[in-house]
Design a protein around this ligand. Structure first.
Ligand code: GDP
Ligand code: MG
Length: 163
């Protein structure tokens, strides 16, 4: 089975920032070698010698009223079918929101490994805020900062165990 990581979650939690951190290097190399414009929502990365594909979801959502029922839900369902590991991203600064709870209903019960990635834990103080996401009852919470990279190694160590 292919090693595919899907990043899902409501808008503005930092999915694309994390995606770019995971795939930047690899994508640049691919672009130089092939001269082909890549789909910006799929990328390739590796961690401790394990290679994987990353899917960034939610990129096309522009509306606000049907933000959950429409495009995002479709993309989460697609990610469910494609991915071998799901990263459900939330935002430590905003805390647990209603839309996070809606997302939780969709990802909960998937027969795949799911990790809650509590982003924007730029400092240890913010990472303490991530504990509240355990109340979603989905699984282990990993505080990270997609911006400065902290916590991302611990998360990836765990994720690639499935590959
Ligand atoms: P997406 O809608 O989930 O793809 O979120 P984006 O990656 O577009 O990020 C939304 C906003 O959050 C942007 O202003 C980012 O600069 C900011 N952001 C992303 N990751 C972090 C982080 O780790 N820490 C902080 N403080 N801001 C972040
Ligand atoms: Mg995005």
């Amino acid at each position: 089975m292919a090693n595919i990581i899907a990043i899902v979650g409501r808008p503005n939690v930092g999915k694309s920032t994390f995606f770019n951190r995971l795939v930047e290097k690899r994508q640049a190399i691919m672009d130089n070698e092939s001269g082909v414009t890549r789909d910006r929502h799929y990328g390739y990365g590796q961690w401790i010698g394990k290679h994987f594909t990353v899917i960034d979801t939610g990129g096309y959502v522009t509306g606000s009223d049907d933000v959950f029922e429409g495009a995002i839900r479709e993309q989460v369902v697609e990610a469910m079918n494609e991915a071998s590991v799901i990263l459900f991203m939330v935002d430590c600064h905003d805390g647990l929101t209603g839309l996070d709870k809606d997302f939780a209903k969709v990802v909960r019960g998937l027969e795949k490994p799911i990790y809650i990635v509590a982003n924007k834990a730029d400092t240890q103080e913010w990472s303490f805020q991530s504990h509240e996401f355990y109340s979603l009852g989905i699984g282990e919470v990993f505080p990270i900062s997609a911006a400065n990279g902290s916590g991302t190694g611990e998360l990836l160590d765990e994720v690639v165990k499935h590959f």
